[in-house]
Design a protein around this ligand. Sequence first.
Ligand SMILES: [Zn+2]
Ligand SMILES: [Zn+2]
Length: 236
Amino acid sequence: MRWREPLAAAERWLLPAECLACQQPAPGADDPLVCDVCRARWRAIAAPICPTCGEHLALTIACRICPDWPPDFGPVRSAVRLDDSVRRLLHRFKYQGWPRLAHSFAPPMTRLVASWDDADLVPIPLAPKRLRQRGYNQSEQLANALGAFAGLPVRPARLARVRETGTQTRLTPERRLANLAQAFRAAASSRPAILVDDVFTTGATLLSAASELLDRGAERVMAVTFARAELPLRLD
Ligand SMILES: [Zn+2]
Ligand SMILES: [Zn+2]
């Protein structure tokens, strides 16, 4: 019957039957969505990391990601390395109606922002069309959860997405940057900002948003993401 569908959705929202990463029927002690085994497998970005962009630096002398970033952008940090399990969780977070996963992702992010000066958390905005399709902005969910844990204000109104940029995954880094130019519009403010996003891939989205906030007066822009993709073999 039709009425069962929304009811089932509401029940799923309240009480998942299994870990959203591994499907084992074992809710975590502190986390009803992700089991303790899956959480324990989350890997921080291995040291040493670039002090600016947060990428692992083992095989390179100079960082290949951030040499052209503006001096007032950074540090950028990510909580966990993107692997298959984390990718599955992010997919559920963004596309399968589990915005509550923000509360699973926020604790390891909270540690990363603990030493940063008081700043506004600014989620990476979605284009209005995508927001309508999804019903929520996953980055704003993350920012709200992180704000609650870290005691920082969340100010989504500081940044709007004014242009649909389409899917970025098949573009080279330069094309991504060109594609993202003027994608964001910031409100004028000198307050430091911490951009919040679910995943760091090349940093192009964060760089574009940070540049706009800096252009509109922000004293400094930092950024934090839950996950970080493996460093691409070629960035040039
Ligand atoms: Zn699990
Ligand atoms: Zn770097």
